[in-house]
Design a protein around this ligand. Structure first.
Ligand code: BG6
Length: 471
């Protein structure tokens, strides 16, 4: 029986620098916003100081990736390891580290799939510019991107610019927004978002200029929101949720300008960012080669009528993060038709098929999945193994959805789930694990950091070896 996946399908697995590397200040690396936030929680959970200690285990870890059969490894470079203060001297020790990793991957038959920025802005740029609020930060990013393309571009052909700009921008601590006045915070956010789009476009153009045969694109946090009922207002609310959380970002990347509904929001809220003459030409000239998406779950929404306490356009807050903001249009609902994970994610493989079809039909670009997975508290049992049938079920059903989407006509380049090994989860440290490889440590006891392939590792190894036939 021939496979439902193309022959050159990019099977892989993913990670990010601050969640996996450790060695947070080794070899001259500078502090990042991700370190800053993770150190604030050091008494409650593991932080980025050691993480999975990939910094010291990279050889052994890549050997396990090879044994798994991975065709690509999607990981991020730490900007502050390469340029510790963000826009100053290039740090040779950082370059050497990534050269070693990249060379070892290639020697192992694994193509590096490199993200430039995964939540870890050099902290020095916050001190200097308030990070992305200042246009200089976009220039610093372009320079960093050029250093990476020039240094690694002879071997790295797949590049990702920002990981989940569309999600990051709504999470205050990831952007280092500490502003109590909601309007001022939103104004700052809109400016930061714009500068990140500009930086993205500059990096896309630089990649095409400097990397022969280079392919570059964004990785978005995808959303698929179902209306709670078939009331037109609920349907509208669900659409608005997807448009405001994800599609505006994709439209900016593909069309080089904000879509009308987003401009309307920016104008009504009086937070239109400063743009310079010439920006439009940059944004429009940057042509992405693919869209990568991270997919974990679907959402459900109902219409939220405006009231004097809650006017349209003003965000709904939960806690002090705007991660759950609804832009004044809709309210999060529970989908009674879906099972939720222990951590509240509504598990929905069919949603993945929907998203893949929707993005492909709308943007007409090849797609790639760079994150998808199930976070659970795995247990190392007395037999020295980790039995994780729940993860196998999750990944299997999502791979099946990929196969269905391919048969629907979607051009899917590859599938790279989260995560290659256990790593630092944003709010649950090592209590919540996603990896195919267990890392023997817990939040406060580093133990021996031993690597132990889980049952899902051996299952995924078979999936890759049979090009997705043996699920
Ligand atoms: C994605 C991020 O949004 O979700 C990853 O790109 C993150 O960095 C992943 O780890 C899972 O989220 P969490 O909060 O469970 O770690």
């Amino acid at each position: 029986m021939s496979s439902r996946f193309p022959e050159n399908f990019l099977w892989g697995a993913s990670s990010s620098a601050f969640q996996i590397e450790g060695g947070w200040d080794a070899g001259g690396k500078g502090k990042t916003v991700a370190d800053f936030n993770s150190f604030k929680r050091s008494d409650k959970q593991a932080d980025s100081k050691v993480a999975s200690d990939f910094y010291h285990h990279w050889k052994e870890d890549i050997a396990l990736m090879k044994e798994l059969g991975m065709k690509i490894y999607r990981f991020s470079l730490s900007w502050a390891r390469i340029i510790p203060d963000g826009d100053g001297e290039v740090n040779q020790a950082g370059i050497d580290f990534y050269n070693n990793v990249i060379n070892e991957l290639i020697a192992s038959g694994i193509q590096p799939f490199v993200t430039l920025y995964h939540f870890d802005l050099p902290y020095a740029l916050v001190e200097k510019y308030n990070g992305w609020e200042c246009r200089d930060c976009a220039c610093a990013f372009e320079r960093y991107a050029r250093v990476c393309f020039q240094t690694f571009g002879d071997r790295v052909k797949y590049w990702q610019v920002h990981n989940e700009q569309n999600l990051m921008i709504r999470v205050n601590e990831r952007m280092n927004i500490y502003e109590d006045d909601l309007w001022k915070a939103d104004k700052m956010r809109a400016q930061m978002d714009y500068h990140m789009f500009l930086a993205h476009a500059l990096a896309v153009n630089a990649c095409h200029e400097l990397v022969e045969g280079g392919k570059v694109g964004p990785a978005v946090s995808s959303t698929c929101t179902y209306p709670l009922t078939n009331k037109p207002e609920d349907v509208w609310a669900a659409k608005m949720n997807d448009w405001f959380k994800t599609n505006y970002c994709l439209e900016m990347h593909t069309d080089g300008e904000y879509p009308g509904y987003y401009m309307r929001y920016l104008r009504e809220r009086n937070i239109v960012p400063r743009m310079e003459p010439g920006d439009k030409a940059i944004l429009k000239s940057a042509k992405i080669d693919y869209i990568a998406l991270n997919y974990y779950r679907t959402l459900c929404a109902s219409y939220l009528p405006a009231t004097p306490e809650h006017p349209v356009g003003e965000r709904v807050f939960r806690g002090n993060e705007v991660d759950f903001d609804q832009y004044g249009y809709c309210r999060d609902e529970k989908n009674q038709n879906l099972q939720a994970s222990e951590y509240g994610a509504q598990i929905d493989p069919m949603g993945l098929r929907i998203v893949l079809n929707e993005y492909y039909r709308r943007y007409h670009l090849p797609l790639l999945i760079t994150e998808n997975g199930l976070g659970m508290a795995d247990t190392l049992t007395e037999d020295g193994k980790v039995h994780d049938p729940y993860r196998i079920d999750y990944v299997r059903s999502h791979i099946q959805a990929c196969a269905d989407a391919i048969e629907d006509g979607v051009e899917l380049m590859g599938y790279s789930p989260w995560s290659v090994m256990d790593l630092l989860s944003s709010h649950q440290g090592f209590r919540k694990r996603y990896g195919f490889i267990y890392v023997d440590r817990d939040d406060f006891d580093l133990k021996d950091l031993k690597r132990i392939p889980k049952d899902s590792y051996y299952w995924y190894q078979r999936v890759i070896a049979t090009n997705g036939e043996d699920l």
